[in-house]
Design a protein around this ligand. Structure first.
Ligand SMILES: Nc1ncnc2c1ncn2[C@@H]1O[C@H](COP(=O)(O)OP(=O)(O)OP(=O)(O)O)[C@@H](O)[C@H]1O
Length: 295
């Protein structure tokens, strides 16, 4: 299985939104990360054949998407950032409706709707109106609709927005269960959501590809560079001026716990294990994009 993104460019109103993006994906889960406006959604929409590229091509197993045409669409499952639901439908009715739009036969629909409901753990809620679903349940229903046609390429645009911590864990488990024999691309701002899940991380910034790394490679970049320290609140400004801070937490005693990424040793701090989030912030900083990161 090979999804190839080759020299993809997109221009809107004379502004380059995607600049010659190329990479190849094989089976697995790929985290697409980058600050707001990096071009993640635009790239995903091009991969999903919703938006035409201005240059370059996308191919699956050596065949261009334009040549595969309808067959390419059959390979795809897509969960957009904002999926409109018919709130008066039940979860089951909604999936049946989408299955018809995707061209499944009655028999396939009967089978796939129940199968995907089971997979996303919504069987017991299938007769409930969507209006009564929680945010997490709606996300799971969103994934179910993307899975109805058994896609080889699954594109999820910020699927974890609005999920609570328990739902995030369930969501991660669900993805690892369905990832066999698929290329899954998942964009996110919440780097911890792809920790322990992503085969590779694709970093984008301002319409360009910054790199494609294994999580181990990324973590290696911050090895020996992450420190934790507890300081008084009034010292924060000074530390913020001096260091790259990846996290700031107020402790119950009113002191502030900082997570610092520094090439040089922070003598008063404790060296701790770096996370993917630290590595991501470190990369952005190297590009002078510290302020592009939103906590
Ligand atoms: N239809 C459009 N017309 C003009 N500019 C657009 C259009 N769609 C997107 N853009 C611009 O393209 C750039 C990339 O947007 P895109 O939504 O792809 O980024 P993103 O990385 O997904 O950001 P976010 O994380 O905020 O969703 C932005 O500067 C955006 O304003």
């Amino acid at each position: 299985m090979n999804l190839e993104i080759s020299n993809i460019s997109k221009i809107y109103n004379n502004k380059v939104i995607l600049d010659n993006i190329s990479f190849q994906l094989f089976g697995g889960i790929y985290g697409l990360v980058g600050p707001n406006g990096a071009g993640k959604t635009t790239l995903m929409r091009i991969i999903c054949d919703i938006l035409p590229q201005d240059k370059g091509y996308i191919s699956f197993d050596g065949m261009k998407k334009e040549d595969l045409d309808e067959k390419y669409r059959d390979l795809l499952g897509y969960l957009p950032q904002e999926l409109g639901f018919y709130e008066h439908f039940t979860g089951e009715e909604f999936l049946r409706y989408i299955a018809v739009l995707k061209g499944l036969t009655k028999k396939e629909t009967d089978k796939k709707v129940q199968e995907t409901l089971e997979l996303v753990n919504l069987t017991y809620e299938k007769k409930k109106k969507i209006a009564k679903y929680s945010g997490g349940m709606k996300r799971r229903l969103g994934i179910a609709q993307a899975l109805l046609n058994d896609p080889k390429i699954l594109i999820l645009d910020e699927p974890t927005v609005g999920l609570d911590p328990m739902e995030r864990i369930r969501f991660k488990n669900l993805l690892s269960r369905i990832s066999v024999n698929k290329v899954i691309i998942l964009s996110t701002h919440i780097i911890s959501d792809i920790e322990g899940l992503a085969t590779e991380v694709i970093l984008m910034n301002k319409g360009t590809l910054k790199g494609k790394y294994s999580p181990e490679e990324l973590l290696g970049n911050v090895n020996g560079k992450v420190f934790e320290i507890k300081i008084e609140e009034n010292m924060y400004g000074e530390y913020n001026e001096t260091y790259l801070i990846s996290r700031r937490e107020i402790e119950s005693d009113g002191q502030v716990r900082l997570r610092i990424i520094s090439d040089k040793e922070v003598k008063e701090g404790n060296l701790v294990k770096g996370s993917l989030e630290d590595a991501y912030i470190y990369h952005l900083e190297k590009e002078g994009e510290k302020n592009g990161y939103s906590h």
